[in-house]
Design a binder for this molecule. Sequence first.
Ligand code: ADP
Ligand code: MG
Length: 401
Amino acid sequence: MASFRTLDDLGEIKGKRALVRVDLNVPMADLHVTDDTRLRATLPTVNELAERGAIVLLLAHFGRPQGIQRPDMSLSLVTRFYGETLGRPVRFVGDCQGPGAADAIATMGPGDVAILENVRFHAGEERNDPALAAAMAALGDFYVNDAFSAAHRAHASTEGIAHLLPAYAGRSMEAELKALEKALGAPERPVAAVVGGAKVSSKLDVLGNVVARVDHLIIGGGMANSFLAARGVDVGKSLCEHDLNQTALAILDAADRAHCTVHLPYDVVVAKEFVPNPPSLRTVNVHEVAADEMILDIGPAAVEALADVLKTCRTLVWNGPLGAFETPPFDRATIALARTAAALTQAGQLVSVAGGGDTVAALNQAGVAGDFSFVSTAGGAFLEWKEGKELPGVAALAKAG
Ligand code: ADP
Ligand code: MG
């Protein structure tokens, strides 16, 4: 891993404007933040910069507004909660670029903190448009990236801007990179990867490379449905991306060639309706899913077999819940396997690293997040790091020479 600049490399910053890319993409329900893990992850950097007298300007995305201004995806919704978490007043600035934003920032003084509006309200963000990067850069004197979870994307606020201002890794970014390197830089084998969750297409790309680096690939969640379907299993109404059949089969082939054992569930928990404790709940063999049923969790026999696999491993990397864990009883497999991993870790038999917004929420629900070796708030970035890719947002922070 190339070395990168950190806040230790900053000189005197009193009165200087710090543009800080953070991850404020928190889950919300009824206008309340339901899990503030990501907000808390920004505190070391934001507090340090504020205490050193910088004018702290937070850049972040919120949801997927796709270049249009959507009031339901305004970061003004997060500002009050952020202020409460930070314990300091936090202003909201209605744009992340332009003269209006510059005027608002000009009224701020050393130690003040503001959240700038959702960077994805501009179409240029995801295109890494140089004009948008320059307009954002014009608001600051230096740039700090503390959003490891967004570092796998070469966007204007994560990559483009880092080339226009002196750029540094924030404390969370620094901690994530150091911890990942320590746990996974030269992992003790056998290595198991658990991959589950719902973002099948975006995670599938990564799996082709992950199989070459792990001994066991454990597939659950919506991901398992897509692999089962690719193998000809009728998954009924399950969340499943049927158009990815060929990709899934190619990954299974690549795993074979790399001597990576792929574990797909042989029993699953199904229901006809996706509600808590549905009357139609059944645990069945994967070949017995009815046309009107959905697979919402992997089954107890599968979990038992996976626990046995983990007992033979020395390193575990986990991204994605094994089932629809927010809705009982579809949290059972995730909780059971997470507890096994936590116990093995506490017994000194396993180094366990987990990443992903929902994965962390599931580990918290199981009460074991603190028992893993390291928990990262990043999902996609975490997987790509594991895959061995250079993350554009991190590469842009590399020390010269
Ligand atoms: P992460 O945020 O950890 O990267 P994802 O966002 O990819 O994970 O996926 C998490 C989501 O996947 C959760 O909301 C969970 O309910 C959902 N999920 C997992 N398994 C299933 C399934 N079998 N059917 C539908 N949704 C599922
Ligand atoms: Mg998620």
